[in-house]
Design a protein around this ligand. Structure first.
Ligand code: ARG
Length: 229
């Protein structure tokens, strides 16, 4: 009851990066996907309203920290580094990273070594992984290309302007269905996605966690999953 009183009538600004199907993407001019349905369902359940704002993934944390956003839901992995700046909900998804190449390129997982060009989305866990494990170690000697969106990265991959892209497995699988690209390797990171709020915003975090719990119990989350996966 207290939670409901807190939330009445409030509208929260929700940031995302809508290039990440099936979690968030644009269809017929609308923001759709698992994350979009999930945050709207939590809002309905807990009695608040949301406005979705699309921005570069790399800007989301700063926008949240500065108060321009109240909530971030963007297939965002809970990391120690991010935990220092924002607070995360209970995890709602587990993912690994995938290595994706252009179909028929003949490239395999060894694309990660030597003189190949590898692309990532700026500021993602895939970006960090490639930098730490391949670039800094000089295992990779080709170009390291950072893209603002995965849509741009995929276009470059299909056009042969980059040899491979490293991105979250569920999203790689989705792109592999709709574009001439294929997964040639999995990097088992077991990373967990969470919904982020401003550091110390306990009230809103409690609302979100309670919402997730209720939607799990009612089977609504399963319903949203089967809609998108
Ligand atoms: N899970 C990865 C991370 O947190 C990638 C998320 C990218 N999300 C997006 N909407 N483009 O860094």
């Amino acid at each position: 009851i207290l939670l409901a009183v807190f939330a009445i009538g409030k509208t929260y600004m929700v940031g995302t990066s809508a290039d990440f199907p099936p979690f968030e993407y644009v269809e017929d001019g609308k923001y759709v996907g698992f994350d979009m349905d999930l945050i709207r369902a939590i809002a309905d359940e807990m009695g608040f309203k949301v406005v979705i704002v699309d921005m570069a993934f790399d800007s989301l944390i700063a926008a949240l920290a500065s108060g321009n956003l109240d909530i971030v839901i963007a297939g965002m992995t809970i990391t120690e580094e991010r935990e220092q700046v924002v607070d995360f909900s209970t995890p709602y998804w587990v993912a690994d990273q995938s290595v994706v190449v252009s179909e028929g390129s003949g490239l395999s997982i060894t694309v990660l070594f030597g003189d190949h060009d590898i692309g990532v989305q700026t500021g993602t866990t895939g970006d960090l992984w490639v930098e730490e494990n391949l670039v800094n170690t000089k295992i990779l000697t080709g170009q390291f290309k950072r893209y603002e969106t995965f849509v741009l990265a995929m276009t470059d991959l299909v056009n042969g302007n980059v040899d491979a892209i490293v991105l979250d497995s569920p999203v790689a699988e989705m792109y592999a269905k709709s574009r001439p690209v294929e997964i040639v390797g999995i990097i088992k990171t077991g990373e967990e996605y969470g919904i982020a709020v401003q550091e110390g915003n306990k009230e809103l975090l409690n609302l979100i966690n309670e919402g997730i719990k209720r939607l799990q119990e009612s089977g609504k989350i399963e319903e949203i999953i089967s809609k998108y996966f």
